[in-house]
Design a protein around this ligand. Structure first.
Ligand SMILES: *Cc1c(COP(=O)(O)O)cnc(C)c1O
Length: 382
């Protein structure tokens, strides 16, 4: 067991030293001017990252709390909800809607596939009374990215709202909330935004507010009208995670200094190198190139070797943590995250450790083949 750890899981992710340092500042009261100014700056910076002029609420929830906030404020019992499911997190979003009494139209596209826009168009036509559409930007269980622009264009032509789970995608993969007609976007701190767990963000369009204000579902801690009333005074309805607010501003400053196009290009490059390495090692990728996520890469474990066995060796002998498969992929796949505070050398470490772990569990790996493939990508030779 080695002490030095390399966290390559899709949340929580490594936190940059500048963010940790910012979070160690003395606590301030959240009803004072200093917090109000910090809050205002954060919302303005988030609007740049999310590409929106809509309201943004920074809430002290986990990602699931953001999803529940979006549902609790828009889904009234008996409402028709179209749920576009591409894996575990799409299922969770649907389950939250079900808990709030939705009449669910759940469409399963299969784990490893992305949303088929033709099917979305068909369902919207078939059920013109759909109130809410649920989509996942980056399906963390399979490493698939969905076409939110395409879904948004279809939903915008209907009275329905588009709610997007961007928990693990935003910050790694571009999202244009306004241009793509995303009525509500849900994000969390501990994925590509490079913070510890504990904060989440929810946006709301004008179209969303019309529904939120009429919503019949019971809600208290998740009440968005309460969030809005407090935000008008640059306050939060309840005590926020003040230290995480400091950290959030530091993380946003890092991203904006790098430049959002560069942040997205870095994630794309890390993905290309990871996928090249996995192919060279001889393992199979879960997602096709067409819909592969730039935030994480899901990999099938080789015939006859359990994914969890490989992960255990990588963790115990080399300190590298990969994530396991979820749901139907349990034991069969593993996930390598390359989101947030992640760079080229992290990928070389991950691939090198994976090769050694595979060798130890008896997979015939040619040592260095994957590392070399990644290096070739980074040197611009492939
Ligand atoms: C991590 C994740 C969530 C859940 O977030 P929690 O912070 O664990 O509640 C939801 N959706 C997606 C896509 C995620 O990756």
């Amino acid at each position: 067991m080695q002490d030095k750890q390399y966290l390559m899981i899709p949340g929580p992710t490594p936190v940059p030293p500048a963010v940790t340092a910012a979070m160690s500042k003395p606590i301030i009261g959240h009803r004072g001017d200093e917090f109000a100014r910090l809050h205002k700056r954060i919302v303005e910076k988030l609007q740049r990252v999310f590409q929106t002029r809509n309201d943004i609420f920074v809430v002290t929830h986990s990602g699931t709390g953001a999803l529940e906030t979006a549902i609790a404020n828009t889904v009234s019992p008996g409402d028709k909800v179209l749920s576009l499911i591409t894996g575990n997190f799409g299922e969770r979003f649907a389950n939250i809607a079900r808990a709030y009494g939705a009449e669910l139209i759940a469409v399963e596209f299969g784990w490893g596939n992305d949303v088929d826009l033709g099917v979305v168009e068909e369902k919207l036509k078939e059920h013109p009374d759909i109130k809410v559409v649920l989509a996942t930007q980056n399906e963390t269980s399979t490493g698939v990215v969905n076409d939110i622009a395409g879904i948004g264009a279809l939903v915008a032509g209907t009275p329905a709202l588009l709610l997007v789970d961007g928990v693990s995608g935003v910050g790694a993969i571009e999202i244009k909330v306004d241009e793509w007609n995303v009525d509500m976007l849900c994000v969390a701190s501990q994925k590509a935004l490079m913070l510890p767990p504990g904060l989440a963000m929810v946006t709301a369009s004008e179209k969303a507010w019309e529904i939120i204000n009429k919503n019949q579902s019971p809600r208290f801690y998740f009440s968005m009208p309460a969030y809005k009333k407090s935000y008008e005074k640059l306050n939060t309805a309840y005590t926020p995670g003040v230290s995480l607010f400091y950290g959030l501003e530091a993380a946003l400053d890092m991203m904006l200094a790098e430049g959002m196009p560069n942040v997205f290009a870095r994630h794309a490059l890390l993905t290309r190198a990871t996928r090249a390495a996995i192919k060279e090692i001889g393992l199979k990728l879960l997602a096709e190139d067409r819909c592969a996520s730039n935030a994480l890469t899901a990999v099938w474990s080789p015939e006859g070797i359990g994914a969890d066995e490989i992960r255990k060796v990588a963790k115990n002998h080399y300190g590298v943590a990969f994530a396991g498969g979820q749901g139907i992929l349990k034991g069969k796949a593993m996930r390598i995250a390359h989101m947030g505070f992640c760079d080229k050398t992290d990928i070389l470490v991950a691939v090198g450790a994976l090769e050694m772990a595979l060798a130890r569990v008896g997979y015939p790996v040619q040592l260095g083949a994957g590392v070399r493939a990644a290096q070739e990508v980074f040197l611009g030779r492939s």
